[in-house]
Design a protein around this ligand. Sequence first.
Ligand code: MRU
Length: 365
Amino acid sequence: MKVNGAHYRSIWCEGNGGQSVKIIDQTRLPHAFVVVALESLEDAATAIETMQVRGAPLIGATAAYGIALALKVDASDEALEAAAARLRRTRPTAINLNWAIDEMLAAIRNRPREARAAAAFAKAAEICDEDVETNRCIGKHGLALIQEIAKEKAGQTVNILTHCNAGWIATVDWGTALAPIYMAHEAEIPVHVWVDETRPRNQGAALTAWELGQHGVPHTIIADNSGGHLMQHGQVDLCIVGTDRTTAQGDVANKIGTYLKALAARDNNIPFYVALPSSTIDWTIKDGVAEIPIEQRSPTEVTHMTGRSAQGDIITVEIAAPGSPAANYAFDVTPARLVTGLITERGLCPASTEGLLSLFPERRG
Ligand code: MRU
């Protein structure tokens, strides 16, 4: 997708043989567009932990390059396993991280040491290219949904609510939840996006609003608690969100607050869709509430906020009563019963075991 008119992916390699891995530092957006080089395994792991890169698919892609960067220095079995273990510890909820690491290990383990680094860079690039194609397909399938609603509304604007950032900057390109919206906008369907600010880290206000703005997609940032009110007043036609982990029965973990939006959508009879690449499905678990590990982050993300001052400086200010404890759960789980449908690269399906298996029959048994 585009930044000031120029095409970017959220992660890329420069130099023959992928010697330099570049990312867009998402902790600086929307106030500064800063490209950062990842030179080592530790750079990649830290970028994931500090959320310079974030969003389930991009975390996976960065981990893949993290393994390649580790092998550049030491291609032994021990170094490979240590790199995988280091990266697995960075963030616990998004399963794409483990998926990408497993893909890398399978592609590298049986190769001679001297061929490992090059093979790892090639495999990481393949994972990135696949992500772009997958998201393009998600966009196409989700577009059909928006087209249907647009037809029912006879040309009136289709209002879509999204939570957090599941746009191109959370993936390698296109995004998951935002891919159908970009395609609808390109197809000249009038769409407008309600962007949940997404406290505490404000991925909606900072990232979703930024990338929609870069593409000229009409949008409005709302406080996280506004969605229910807008739904009650006919201002939301459809919700689309992303997910960090989807269970075999269709429960979805996504940014904290997603569950509340799904409850409000159900109460107001508004379709609530979740867009996901199949790499986000954890086929080993069923009950998301009981089985998905929920990341807890620093309480300072709740007690403090970072933004741009009137002088143009990026500053962090305390917003809570000094000394009060704070809890920071990064994700919640929306049970499948509240999800109208899943939008995957293979098409739409009900959020259920049978629904998922109808699209991924190779997982039966
Ligand atoms: O903590 P984050 O910013 O990594 O959380 C991201 C989300 O919750 C996204 O909705 C999810 O990863 C889907 S990204 C296509």
